[in-house]
Design a protein around this ligand. Structure first.
Ligand code: C5P
Length: 303
């Protein structure tokens, strides 16, 4: 049963709210240590694509969740594993009676368990969307704490702008100088278990990222990123040999720089222009129509 307060919200705001859940790209990821609880300490340069999942929120007599999109069929709709439903439930607990029932629709365009933070971005978009729909106010730190309980990458996805992320991903520093990049995201559609990749790490105490604080030129940034690493790439390549093949395909199609994002298996290629990126994505799709290739421009720090 809806309370009278819930009913008034339902009738007052029948329009829906949409939120983009942008793909998260780890331009560099250094593993610098491990906490006593097992979580790894990371030093990352992160940016976000103008491509991702899309979520729609609207008042409803009862809670509902629906899915569509290329990867909608691969996702479970139960609140034990689905980060959208976990985010809804955690935020509702934090907010209290204001949190009336909602219908949430997720258009799942990003491959699942693929190192570009699809689930984390969905959770962050749910927090943003429901805060708006419920007209809720929560101190920034309280919202960040809810985000971190949902996963190490959720706080950065709440921001969805270029960042340096440290700790386990919760210490965030904006990088306003980072330019937009023309990019192709490439995934052989083999899901990767993040804990398994971390378990296979041979070395957990690697040097921190060394990025100069101000590098306004794209070429300078490319050189700085090329000099950095993704420490999770060697163990992920052991688990999914296609990562090596797909990185080589990006290179052969003109990428200036290729690397794996997160714990994989998605790799990105940075191209000289969006035309070059779109041409490469089309050629790669022709070569492997069963894999995932997406041209996208990343957000710039100054946007
Ligand atoms: O926080 P999240 O649920 O995304 O993490 C998934 C798993 O990845 C964790 O259970 C942990 O095994 C591993 N992980 C880690 N160190 C991090 C982030 C994730 O060891 N900083």
């Amino acid at each position: 049963m809806m309370s009278s307060e819930n009913r008034s919200h339902f009738s007052a705001s029948c329009s829906s709210i949409t939120e983009e859940a942008r793909a998260k790209i780890n331009l560099a990821l250094h593993v610098t240590g491990q906490r006593p609880d097992g979580y790894h300490l990371l030093d990352m340069l992160v940016t976000f694509a103008d491509h991702g999942d899309r979520l729609e929120f609207m008042p409803s007599p009862t809670d509902e969740f629906t899915l569509s999109g290329r990867f909608g069929g691969t996702l479970a709709g139960d609140s034990g594993t689905n980060l959208v439903l976990k985010a809804r439930d955690l935020l509702r607990t934090a907010i209290g009676p204001l949190a009336f029932p909602v219908r949430i629709h997720l258009e799942k365009n990003l491959p699942v368990a693929s190192g570009i933070g699809g689930g984390s971005a969905d959770a962050a978009a749910t927090l943003r969307g429901l805060m708006r729909l419920w007209g809720a106010t929560l101190p920034e730190e309280a919202l960040a704490a809810v985000a971190l309980r949902l996963g190490a990458d959720v706080p950065m996805c709440l921001e969805s702008r270029p960042l340096i992320a440290r700790g386990i991903g919760e210490e965030l520093e904006p990088v306003p100088e980072l330019p937009a990049f023309a990019m192709v995201l490439a995934n052989p559609l083999r899901g990767v278990s993040t804990p398994e990749v971390f378990r296979r790490l041979a070395e957990k105490n690697n040097p921190a990222l060394r990025l100069a604080p101000s590098r306004p030129q794209t070429a300078d940034w490319l050189a700085a990123i090329a000099a950095a690493r993704n420490d999770l790439e060697p163990p992920a390549r052991e688990l999914v040999p296609e990562i090596t093949a797909i990185a080589a395909m990006l290179q052969a199609n003109g990428a200036l720089l290729t690397r794996m994002s997160g714990s994989g298996a998605t790799c990105f290629g940075i191209f000289a222009s969006m035309t070059a990126a779109e041409d490469a994505a089309a050629a790669l799709h022709d070569a492997r129509p069963d894999w995932y290739f997406q041209a996208t421009e990343t957000v710039s720090g100054g946007a």
